[in-house]
Design a binder for this molecule. Structure first.
Ligand code: GLV
Length: 379
């Protein structure tokens, strides 16, 4: 039996939705209330086990909102289906914790929350880049430790970014927002690796470069390189923005790290297992001039032994999307996904999710990742 505490909002609602963590804001609750849902929220900060989720689903459950820390696998979707459920939304844009194929088999729609994390997450990647490159957290610890004896010309020298090369692995929404922030803000050349060319990004950098040249400043370049290794070799700063799947697990391993410049900066705000974290610990130990900024970890919430002892690593607890606007927006999108599916509405036809963030929301589900597969399996 679970000892976790739950609270219920709108207990008279005709549909039952479980929500595995408290979410910020009120708008998401309004969305579910208007869809005639009673909302059962787990108020315990501890991660729910699979068994606890299945117990919470119980005999009757129409929909669920879960979190990236939970394992939404086939067993859970079988239980949700058996309880009459048809809708699940991750309260996240990433969904590597969800067995989408199993959800589809069980005729359950799976939602996620794209569109509200883009700049927020990119901003954190920028923050980590600068914190690592300019040794901010190391210097902060030095100050707090009472070790500052007076200004010295040689103290805490770090990296200058202007005019260097930024590398992006995965130039989707977040990767290209980060790229633009670094290119525009710090006049850096851009190299990226992605399975597909990002022509909009390439055009943007070309136009920005032309604008700079017109003003008498140096031009900038943007190049899509043929492999991740090529990006690692030439970039002064590398930021990772891929999804986590079999093809990206340990994409950055000991060999990849060895290919990077000895004083490069590596930033990860995607998913921890994209980096072989034990190899990164070894690499940072052996190369004190190399720096890393990490928002995500391989075995969250744990860190690999030795990581926390390294001064050349900046670590924050998976908070890249943690702004009030973004987290409330994610909650609204997750609620709107579930509410729409339960009411039989279609999937939103467009990228602009702004209409879902306040007031009455459109009669559509903002983002259902298995929509096409569900429709195909209907035929
Ligand atoms: C956060 O990591 C997310 O995927 O939303």
């Amino acid at each position: 039996m679970s000892d976790k505490k739950w609270t219920i909002v709108n207990p008279g609602g005709g549909r039952r939705v479980i929500v595995t963590k408290e979410l910020p804001g009120e708008h998401w609750k309004q969305i579910l209330r208007r869809a005639d849902c009673s909302i059962e929220i787990c108020t315990d900060p501890a991660v729910l086990s699979k068994e606890e989720i299945i117990t919470a689903i119980g005999d009757r459950c129409d929909g669920a909102i879960g979190q990236l820390t939970e394992n939404w696998d086939a067993e859970v979707f079988v239980a949700l289906r058996a309880a009459g459920g048809t809708a699940y939304s991750n309260g996240a844009v990433g969904y590597n914790n969800v067995d989408v194929a199993a959800a589809t088999t069980n005729r359950i729609a799976v939602g996620n929350t794209p569109g509200v994390l883009t700049e927020t997450t990119a901003e954190m990647a920028v923050a980590l880049t600068f914190a690592a490159g300019r040794r901010v957290t190391e210097a902060d610890r030095f100050m707090r430790g009472g070790r500052y004896q007076g200004w010295l010309p040689t103290m805490f020298m770090g990296q200058r970014f202007v005019g260097k090369t930024v590398g992006v692995i995965g130039a989707g929404r977040i990767g290209s927002a980060y790229a633009r922030m670094m290119v525009e803000g710090h006049k850096m050349d851009l190299v990226y690796y992605d399975l597909y060319p990002n022509l909009a990004l390439e055009r943007y950098v070309a136009e920005y470069s032309a604008f700079l040249v017109e003003r008498g400043e140096a031009p900038l370049t943007c190049r899509r390189l043929g492999s991740v290794a090529d990006v690692l070799r030439v970039a002064d700063v590398v930021s990772i923005h891929t999804v986590l799947d079999d093809s990206t697990y340990h994409l950055i391993d000991a060999e990849a790290l060895a290919a990077m410049k000895p004083d490069a900066i590596l930033v990860n705000s995607s998913r921890g297992p994209v980096i072989d974290e034990a190899a990164l610990v070894e690499h940072c130990r052996a190369n004190p001039e190399f720096r890393a900024g990490l928002d995500v970890f391989e075995d969250e919430p744990a860190m690999k032994p030795g990581l926390a002892d390294l001064d050349n690593v900046v670590i924050v607890p998976h908070i890249a999307s943690a702004t009030v606007w973004t987290r409330e927006g994610m909650s609204s999108l997750a609620a709107a996904n579930v509410a729409a599916i339960l009411q039989g509405y279609p999937v939103w036809d467009g990228d602009d999710i702004a209409p879902f963030l306040a007031g009455d929301v459109p009669q559509a589900a903002p983002s259902i990742v298995n929509a096409e597969d569900l429709e195909a399996s209907n035929l």
